[in-house]
Design a protein around this ligand. Structure first.
Ligand code: AMP
Length: 212
């Protein structure tokens, strides 16, 4: 099975995508995570994209398409979180799937409005030790320490107020049109992204079950 997750930054895509991967045994391919790992380990790619991520802009399509081709070519069952993010990337993935004999089964669109995603992004933290994600609005982390190991929780460097505004604008300009792109093919499933993480996960699995 091949699945694509679409949604605004902060819509809960990453959290839900990882839960779906664990439950359906899909490989998680998150392009934001790949880029952040490259920045953290100081690779050539990381050095090139660091300031782009910090400004809340999108990395150029050619770079992203190259990354995704390497990552998907030997995978059969996977979920893409954060790719495609432009119509050009979506067209490129069509070409790559044709080249490698693959096809997209489902596209999940997590629907959350802009004020809510802004609030969520500014409230999110993660643990540098165990990697778990938290949100001040839904988790008990008043002292900003990980409940499991006591480590001081960190915010992503692109989760600042200014960058969030830019990322949401980039999303509206370049990524939101993908909804229509996949709607036309009848593979887009609109899932309301509000409620508890458990409720949203149930909606997603129900949508995927109905599709199969
Ligand atoms: P994310 O973790 O998905 O919110 O991605 C974090 C950042 O990585 C984005 O704000 C972009 O700067 C960059 N990024 C991730 N995926 C893509 C993509 N498919 N195209 C362009 N930039 C991307």
């Amino acid at each position: 099975m091949i699945c694509i997750f679409l949604g605004a930054p902060g819509s809960g895509k990453g959290t839900q995508a990882k839960k779906v991967c664990a439950s359906l045994h899909l490989t998680y391919i998150g392009t934001g995570e790949i880029l952040r790992e490259n920045v953290a380990s100081g690779t050539e790619l990381g050095k090139r994209v660091k300031s782009i991520l910090e400004a809340g802009h999108l990395v150029d399509d050619d770079t992203m398409i190259e990354i995704i081709e390497e990552r998907i070519k030997n995978e059969d069952s996977f979920l893409m979180d954060g790719f495609p993010r432009t119509v050009r990337q979506a067209e490129a993935i069509d070409g790559l799937f044709e080249k490698y004999g693959k096809k997209v089964d489902s596209v999940i669109f997590l629907d959350v409005d802009a004020p809510e995603v802004t609030k969520r992004i500014l409230g999110r933290f993660s643990c540098p030790v165990c990697g778990k994600d938290f949100n001040v609005y839904t988790d008990d982390i008043k002292d900003r320490r990980c409940p499991a190991d006591g480590a001081r929780l960190l915010q992503r460097s692109d989760d600042t107020e200014e960058t969030v505004r830019e990322r949401i604008e980039e999303y509206a300009r370049k990524t939101a049109p993908l909804k229509e792109f996949y709607e036309k093919r009848n593979i887009l499933m609109n899932v309301p992204g509000t409620g508890s993480p458990g409720e949203i996960f149930e909606r997603i699995t129900e949508a995927l079950d109905n599709k199969n």
